[in-house]
Write a protein that binds this ligand. Sequence first.
Ligand code: NAP
Length: 338
Amino acid sequence: MTNQSVPKRFAALRTRNTDGHVSSSIEHLGVEDLSPGEVLLRARYAGVNYKDCLAIHGEARIIKAFPRTAGIEVVGEVLDSAHQQAPRGTEVLVHGFETGIAFDGGFSEVVRVPAKHVQQVPAGLTPHQAAILGVPGFTAAMALEQFEQRGLAPDSGLVAVSGAGGAVGMLAIAILARAGWRVAALTRRMAQEPVLRELGAAEVIDSRVAMESQRPLEKARFAAAIDNVGGPVLSWLLRSMCDGGCVASVGNAAGNGYEASVLPFIMRRVQLFGVVANAPWPQRLRLWGRLAGELRPDFDKLMPHVHHLRLEELMDHARLQLQGATSGRALVTFEGAQ
Ligand SMILES: NC(=O)c1ccc[n+]([C@@H]2O[C@H](COP(=O)([O-])OP(=O)(O)OC[C@H]3O[C@@H](n4cnc5c(N)ncnc54)[C@H](OP(=O)(O)O)[C@@H]3O)[C@@H](O)[C@H]2O)c1
């Protein structure tokens, strides 16, 4: 149990919209400034997602009402709770449910959340490990489950992961490899090849290949694919799938658009579907149970690619992440994190 009391004032990265100009800076808030909820947390880790970077720099309409504390995920310790499921001292995890979008999120020393958004850190994971997985790991597990539901298994063939050097990319490689899949990592930065192989990639492909060929159908290589990038990479993946191949569209790091023809669908029965890292409770608990169990990645191999930031460093980091100049998983790490 904790001896922590609720601080009267605490630091948060607050995002404001002044006459259409969105900006973020550190402010000192009181609990009464936060969106309503029954559970107060002392944040330990807040994962930094691409979407958060867009939100705090005002580069996309992510936040629904201002002022807002962004941060779509947080791991922390319950400081105060009017809810039996999350008593004081519990280590909990919050993501999805519009956290950091319609509700104040993780970029704050103290976070207030509705009790129905809170889950305990899954048994078998430390708070730090749960934070490393966070939204990127959960997203990769959602995509994997969709492949399974469509009848695919590791012996179906190669699974491609684009944007391999990013947070979703690295976690997807580690999780899919753990599940027994042969993973082909697609990256713009071939210098990352040894790292991606160490994480579990069996092949590393320069994603510029997607710019080189424009054949209506490419050589059929992949049984499944997780695309974090969009644009020409997604187009190339669709043209490169085997018969019955499944493509999970996860991200848009290279933009929202992509060019496609119907040929992959009508000649190779390719399926394209989207993944959104939000899920009803039964699926959420099942996937976190799998991430803590049979899909649990090798955290020793991931650790060199986990970057711990102070709240003060977040804006600069986010600018670099939007430029595609970062790699791995970034966590805003608060005092007392363990
Ligand atoms: N659907 C969901 O629920 C969900 C959940 C989480 C994330 N996402 C989305 O998934 C994407 C990846 O997220 P993330 O957290 O992994 O982001 P990230 O850490 O910023 O990684 C993105 C990676 O994409 C590649 N990339 C970046 N800019 C690119 C460009 N202009 N052209 C081609 N490749 C580029 C880079 O990999 P290389 O250097 O290896 O090429 C980069 O490391 C984002 O769009 C994010 O919003 C969606």
